[in-house]
Design a protein around this ligand. Structure first.
Ligand code: BV8
Ligand code: ZN
Length: 247
């Protein structure tokens, strides 16, 4: 069942109204209407290089200047972005549930800025940087100005506190995601292309345990096959309508 038709929206709202324990998985698509480029759209390229090529430990070892140029640009862009109605609708939904998990692949901090509380940043955050080898960490806003900032504690290189391709996700994030998948009665999957593991498998895992799956996206994705209902439309329009109908 798909399409942003009234019937699908009503079905999704009924699923959510009956659920007391709700999990949400979000991807870059929920921040698109805030002006944050998505990974696989046109925004997925930086000076002709794919974001995927730059977001790896190998790229950082080979060319830390280029990787830092990419991330400084994205960190600077955080100053100019605001949560949109989609982020705010999820913060509202959280208030209406007995248990709520917001698991995001995004690193832009917009869910917390919108007021969401139980947020798990699977892939870290652009708001923080850390030392490549020691435990030093600081806010991105306190970043030293050098092209490749040095750790004040040990002198090695500072890096963005995000999870790169080929790196493991932090244990606390996997524990939170596992609990959400086990406990939720409904999982809402918003604005993700469903290509990056392990997040891409969360909906299938929750669905195989009996949770109802609702997808919100502009187009169908590999997740559409495991969704009970797919709502095709922009998250900033669909989510407020959905939460309002949930009553
Ligand atoms: C791991 C942080 C164990 C950085 C990100 C081969 C070698 C090495 C690894 C692998 C391999 N094969 C598979 C892997 C695993 C790899 C992976 O999945 N690769 C894929 C691409 C093949 N995963 C990992 O490496 C993960 N770690 O598995 O550890 C391990 C260890 C070693 C070796 C193997 C396994 C770590 C993954 C984390 C990577 N870091 N980000 C940074 O941001 O710079 S991922 C990055 O992609 C972002 O976090 C982003 O969120 C994420 C996923 O993308 P989406 O969020 O889905 O965004 P996308 O642009 O793709 O899609 C946007 C969607 O929104 C679209 O569907 C669009 O239609 C929709 N949309 C647009 N506008 C709207 C909208 N929807 C609604 N409304 C709108 N307005
Ligand atoms: Zn250090």
């Amino acid at each position: 069942m798909n399409g942003m038709d009234e019937g699908s929206l009503r079905t999704a709202a009924e699923m959510l109204s009956r659920a007391r324990r709700v999990a949400v998985l979000t991807g870059a698509g929920i921040s698109a209407e805030s002006g944050v480029p998505t990974f696989r759209g046109a925004g997925g390229f930086w000076r002709g290089r794919s974001a995927m090529d730059l977001a790896t430990p190998g790229a950082f070892s080979r060319d830390p200047e280029a990787v830092w140029e990419f991330y400084r640009f994205r960190i600077a862009a955080l100053a100019g972005i605001e949560p949109n109605d989609g982020h705010r609708a999820l913060a509202e939904l959280e208030c209406r549930c007995d248990q709520f998990w917001l698991i995001t692949q995004n690193v832009d901090g917009l869910h917390r800025a919108a007021g969401s509380e139980n947020v798990t940043e699977l892939h870290g955050s652009l708001e923080r940087v850390r030392c490549r080898i020691c435990s030093y960490r600081c806010a991105s806003s306190d970043l030293p100005p050098e092209a490749v900032p040095q750790c004040p504690a040990c002198g090695d290189m500072l890096r963005p506190a995000v999870v790169w391709f080929g790196e493991n996700l932090p244990d606390f994030a996997l524990v939170a995601a596992d609990e959400a998948m086990r406990e939720c009665q409904v999982m809402l999957v918003v604005g993700t292309s469903g290509l990056v593991e392990p997040a891409a498998s969360f909906a299938r895992m929750a669905g195989s345990r009996g949770a109802g799956i609702i997808e919100v996206n502009l187009e169908s994705t590999p997740i559409s096959h495991v969704a009970d209902v797919s709502l095709l439309g922009p998250a900033g329009v669909v989510l407020p309508s959905l939460v309002e109908l949930t009553g």
